[in-house]
Design a protein around this ligand. Structure first.
Ligand SMILES: [Mg+2]
Length: 291
């Protein structure tokens, strides 16, 4: 098993020129900036390193994520974020153009679905209501028993069930908190269907971000290979091993929910018994170890 070692980290990151960064547990945690993350992000800007924040956050829009980051000292423009929410809205716009959707998410999150046909709760409750897809994200106010029942009935009526992600819980200032993946799994169980998951660890989610970095590189007359992009996250399975399956360099940071014990637990149990390419104490250590 890898241990935290600066030389090993530098070795693993040799040649890395692009970064996909998880948000929660890497840059922010429980509503606060992770120590050293502000300076690390400033250094990435100074170096001109291509990066995207790839996050399963589904609670708020990219604009609000950018504002949240700014309030904690990190200047990250909205277009640098790719969230499970924004990717779900993009996917629905392509797959269900002009068709009715029932989206369970906050009012702010629904801004990402601008221009799409979203059913109100009352429309979803009307007799004979139909939707092309039911899309479930995190929202303490929207994930009510009534709304989940409406979602359940629409799925039974033929709507595709889409989970923005399948995260069971996350860490808030109140402590471990139920996330929308728990509700997606409940709807699957009740309706006897399998949800389509848009966010991490879906390979397509990583590909969208990789393509964005590659387009930037191409515009500079450069070429970026997948192996030159590192996925940095605090979740061994959904960030690191999933990133590695997508052909990226996988780096676990220890400022979030998973520690070295999770690496040991994943080793031999993950697909192919893989382990992270590297483990770093924090994002600051990752940025310091870049060529
Ligand atoms: Mg995380």
């Amino acid at each position: 098993m890898r241990t935290v070692d600066a030389a090993l980290l530098r070795d693993a990151l040799r040649g890395v020129r692009g970064l996909l960064l998880d948000l929660d547990g890497v840059i922010v945690s429980a509503g606060k900036a992770v120590p050293g993350s502000v300076e690390a992000m400033n250094e990435l800007e100074r170096r001109g390193t291509a990066y995207r924040i790839v996050t399963n956050t589904s609670l708020i829009s990219r604009r609000s994520l950018s504002e949240l980051a700014a309030s904690l000292g990190n200047r990250i423009p909205p277009e640098r974020f790719q969230s499970a929410l924004s990717a779900s809205a993009d996917y629905a716009a392509r797959a269900y153009a002009g068709q009715p959707l029932y989206v369970l998410s906050s009012a702010d999150a629904k801004r990402e679905f601008d221009g799409q046909w979203l059913l109100t709760h009352d429309e979803a409750a009307a007799p004979g209501a139909r939707a092309a897809a039911v899309i479930v994200g995190d929202s303490p106010d929207e994930l009510t028993n009534r709304n989940l029942n409406l979602a359940f009935r629409l799925v039974r009526g033929g709507a595709r069930l889409i989970g923005m992600h399948r995260n069971p819980w996350w860490l808030t200032a109140d402590g471990p908190t139920l996330d929308s993946g728990a509700y997606v799994t409940g709807l699957e169980y009740a309706a006897g269907v399998r949800a389509q998951i848009i966010g991490k660890p879906a390979p397509a989610f990583f590909s969208i971000a990789v393509d964005a970095l590659r387009r930037e590189a191409t515009a500079r007359g450069d070429r970026l290979r997948r192996s030159e992009i590192a996925m940095v996250g605090d979740d061994v399975r959904t960030d690191v091993l999933a990133g590695q399956r997508a052909g990226l360099c996988g780096v676990l940071v220890l400022t979030g929910k998973h520690g070295l014990d999770a690496v040991a637990a994943s080793h031999g149990h993950g697909r192919g018994g893989r382990e992270p390419h590297a483990v770093a104490p924090s994002l600051a250590d990752v940025v310091a170890a870049l060529d």
